[in-house]
Ligand binder design. Structure first.
Ligand code: KIV
Length: 228
């Protein structure tokens, strides 16, 4: 799974054979220059989900439910999930296990839900940016949360910055696919922010492997254009 927020990148990912294109709310920091994902609105998610879904012919498109779109009211959460599906997504992703009831309501509306545990960026002010699942209590809570998401009906779960041994334990405990980011190897899948992979985002997380460094290449091309 890789993220996309725009038509050309989504098209390239799809044509390259990626299984899932995630319109992540990382849109906020990566594309829109916000400090984090918290300011991202439903309107922004809808515009970018529309652009991505116009490009993707083959992969599954999953859209993030942004901060504030599901926390306050289950009926509003269902409406917002419906709006993302109308924008072209085939499933939505929800952070945390606190909203299992909301997840059930969204599923009841016929919308598949992907869970997201560990470092959940929408809770950055509460949990900070450290690896999750280090102490005994945190370990058992994460395992319990993962089981709760599976039981609620999530079709997959993302584990972000989860201590790798615990990530393996969670993978073994669940039947649904476990997709990792900064949570070690040998999970069912991996996800990265495409702009980190391409070297286009100036502040990538430490775990994000850069597969190509496009920023200097683009600068070189622009300088060639300037100098004629
Ligand atoms: O918003 C996002 O890009 C994500 C991935 C990092 C999993 O949630």
């Amino acid at each position: 799974m890789l993220t996309a927020y725009d038509y050309p990148i989504a098209r390239i990912l799809d044509e390259s054979g990626i299984d899932i294109v995630l319109v992540g709310d990382s849109l906020g920091n990566v594309m829109l220059g916000y400090r984090n994902t918290l300011p991202v609105t439903m309107t922004e998610m809808i515009v970018h989900t529309q652009a991505v879904s116009r490009a993707v012919k083959r992969a599954m498109v999953v859209a993030d439910m942004p901060f504030g779109s599901y926390q306050s009211d289950p009926s509003l959460a269902v409406k917002n999930a419906v709006d993302l599906i109308k924008a072209g997504a085939e499933a939505v992703k929800v952070e945390g296990a606190e909203y299992v009831e909301v997840i059930r309501r969204i599923l009841k509306a016929g919308i598949p839900v992907m869970g997201h545990l560990g470092f959940t960026p929408q809770s950055v002010y509460k949990i900070g940016t450290r690896v999750q699942g280090l102490g005994t209590r945190e370990k058992s809570r994460l395992l319990k949360d993962a089981r709760a998401l599976e039981k609620a009906g999530c079709f997959a779960v993302v584990l972000e910055m989860v201590e790798p041994k615990l990530a393996q334990q969670i993978k073994k405990a669940l039947k649904i696919p476990v997709i990792g980011i900064g949570s070690g190897e040998n999970l069912d899948g991996q996800v990265l922010v495409t702009y980190d992979l391409l070297g286009l985002y100036p502040k990538p997380p430490k775990f994000a492997k850069k597969y190509v460094d496009l920023a200097p290449m683009i600068k070189k091309a622009v300088r060639r254009f300037i100098s004629g």
